[in-house]
Design a protein around this ligand. Structure first.
Ligand SMILES: [Zn+2]
Length: 60
């Protein structure tokens, strides 16, 4: 199953809806992959990410 990215949260998911906002506005058209292991890190804060997961860098 392919990963899709939420257009608002940018998190990648294999499911039908976003695990964060529960939205179904998912896109298969994204670039970049960011794995956040530490939501407290500077990078995570900069990206507005507050939970672990795989994120797209850019979602179209
Ligand atoms: Zn979302």
């Amino acid at each position: 199953m392919s990963l899709r990215a939420c257009r608002s949260c940018k998190i990648l998911t294999e499911g039908d809806s976003c695990p964060i906002c529960r939205g179904k506005d998912l896109s298969e058209d994204y670039t970049g992959l960011l794995i956040v292991l530490d939501p407290e890190s500077e990078l995570a804060k900069k990206l507005g990410v507050d939970r672990r997961g795989r994120y797209a860098l850019k979602v179209r």
